[in-house]
Design a protein around this ligand. Sequence first.
Ligand SMILES: [Zn+2]
Ligand SMILES: [Zn+2]
Length: 387
Amino acid sequence: MKIKPLVKGCHTELIGLYRDFHSCPELGFQEFRTQEQVIAYLSRCGLEPREIAGTGVVAELHGSQPGATILLRSDMDAVPVTEETGLPFASQHPGVMHACGHDGHMAMLLVAAKILTGMREELSGTIKFLFQPNEEEAGAWKVVEEGIMNSPKVDSVFGLHLWSQCPIGQIDIIDGPQMAASYYFDLKIKGHGGHAGFAHESTDPVFIASLIMQAVQGIQTREVNALDPAVIMFTRMNAGTSTTIVPEQAELKGSIRFLYAGGEALLERFEQVISHICAAYGAEYELELNKGNALLENHPETATFARAAAAEVVGPEYVTTNIRTMAGEDFSDYLAHAPGAFAFVGFNNPEKNTDYPHHHPKFAIDEDALIIGTELHIRAALKMLAI
Ligand SMILES: [Zn+2]
Ligand SMILES: [Zn+2]
């Protein structure tokens, strides 16, 4: 079957789906209309979609012959951003915008599902089409908890992200660590308040917070191999009410990210440094550390299949292995249960004003990328099923 003309023939449909999702964005675990639309489309394809993880959707396509089971995944959620693109199909929901490309992801996977369903007679094995809610807040765990990786057991997984740092016409897939693990911390330093004029009678949590902020940077720069990317970022600090009062408490919030296996050791050192500084200056502390995304590591064998598929889509000269990022992705939750690969599909095109970063109010995609991602889903699926 000639896949390329088949996908190209769906460009108008792809754009229609993308624009419809774009105009009606919904935040994570609130994708109610989106879910309805996805279920309706998959049902029209002849599949039997069902709800998963509240607002998610999964549908299985069984080929005419037995074989492996693979999972193709799209996310569904928008982000809390007020759109400023001025596009005719801009968000109708104030303060909510598809500013990450998940609208395009859904359009591509829906059309890929339609085309693959039409190829059912030629297929061996099973494809699970997964539309996952709440990627922005790492919602994949809920889908995994509800058994997406079992019955039938998933042998390999594939996902993609429209990527603003990648030019239109290019696909980037690397082996190994691709997107960072992330942890979020909330640190409360408990001192002893008093009069700013009698500092010796207080334990100043603001001073101690400033020492901690400086000291933990030494973990990255002096303890982690300089070739292993890691960041410790303080993004919020809160303490005090007045120029004359030493407060009782200072609060620091932020995130720790790393892009290499074994980076969890950072977390231990982070707390050690905090506890020692607090002890040295007589303060107590409370540290809450919450896991965001796990490290996203592409499995080399699946990544090789995915690159071969990508070469058929855009030509081998436009398949690159450049992009690693400190952003996170909960696709890593599926990779914890099965080998797989995640691809970046480029859409950056300054001529079309589609060169704004993800989550920017003027974020927009080059709609030509929709054809590329759809074809990539289909070709990656065919290669993975042929394993
Ligand atoms: Zn995002
Ligand atoms: Zn995203």
